[in-house]
Design a protein around this ligand. Structure first.
Ligand SMILES: [Zn+2]
Length: 279
């Protein structure tokens, strides 16, 4: 351990500043979106089996809802532009803009160079949770997704029903393409209903039993045409373990809704940055 400098305490005492003040982000017009959503009708319903994933499509101006059914269960969500796998959910920038956990009014942003809202969260029955005494919150954008490579690294075995593999099989089935041509499109997720944080003493990523109960849901307004995939994580409610068949798991319900578009809404354009990068 390096010896602390004489002014170590003073350096630690410097107050932080927010990296990305988000008060200048475009207004999602949440009341307008919610009002339009009230008039939507359900156009599709997909049940995601435990330890597996399913894909779904939502047109721009529609919505989708993920609901807990039967028992507490967390889900790993991937989102792509409906016609371009190259534009996908950017978990890291969403985290930088909105924080470690997302809820009503927050948006899921897409990768560079588009960097535009893919979806806006319009309802979240767990938005009462906030941050608990451990620093834990719900719906995180700090985890990645459970995957067989990390599982093998840590436990030395091959487990095939991690969210990474589940999402890959779902995407391959949707596009009717082989797994090895699509694996690089699987990306860091929104951990729906998962309760996570970082320990205060070691800074390690932790999970704890999700506060979700059957009937809880989170609803997203689709800002652009979306292809989604949702995995019902083998961790179940993630109270103890994942990446194995040990945890009790339940299905998740995905519902797609469409209807008259909100009055103040139009699909967001890709970032207007010139892309000249100083050249
Ligand atoms: Zn998982």
């Amino acid at each position: 351990m390096t010896k602390p400098p004489i002014d170590a305490q003073a350096r630690r005492a410097i107050a932080p500043v927010i990296c990305y003040p988000n008060t200048t982000l475009p207004d999602p017009h949440l009341p307008d979106l919610l009002n339009a959503f009230k008039g939507f009708t359900k156009t599709a319903e997909i049940t995601v089996p435990p330890r597996d994933a399913r894909s779904f499509r939502v047109p721009a101006g529609g919505a989708f809802r993920i609901t807990s059914v039967e028992a507490p269960q967390v889900g790993d969500l991937n989102l792509w532009h409906g016609n371009d796998l190259g534009e996908r959910f950017f978990s890291g920038k969403t985290r930088a803009l909105h924080g470690t956990h997302v809820t009503t009014g927050d948006r899921l942003w897409s990768t560079l160079p588009a960097l535009r809202p893919m979806a806006t969260i319009i309802e979240d029955t767990l938005n009462w949770y906030g941050l608990d005494d451990f620093g834990g919150g719900v719906h995180d954008v700090i985890g990645t997704r459970c995957d067989p490579y990390t599982g093998h690294l840590l436990a030395g075995d091959d487990y095939h029903y991690c969210c990474h593999s589940n999402l890959l099989r779902a995407l391959a089935a949707e596009l009717d393409q082989p797994l090895d041509q699509l694996e690089h499109h699987i990306h860091d997720v929104l951990n729906v209903f998962m309760c996570t944080g970082f320990t205060r003493d070691t800074g390690q990523y932790f999970m704890k039993a999700s506060p979700v109960r059957p009937g809880d849901y989170i609803t997203f307004f689709a800002e652009i045409d979306l292809l989604g995939a949702l995995s019902a994580c083998p961790g179940g409610d993630c109270s103890a373990s994942h990446s194995s068949d040990i945890a009790t798991c339940a299905p998740l319900l995905v519902e797609v809704f469409e209807g008259e578009k909100p009055s103040h809404w139009s699909p967001p354009d890709p970032s207007p940055y010139s892309r000249t990068h100083g050249v």
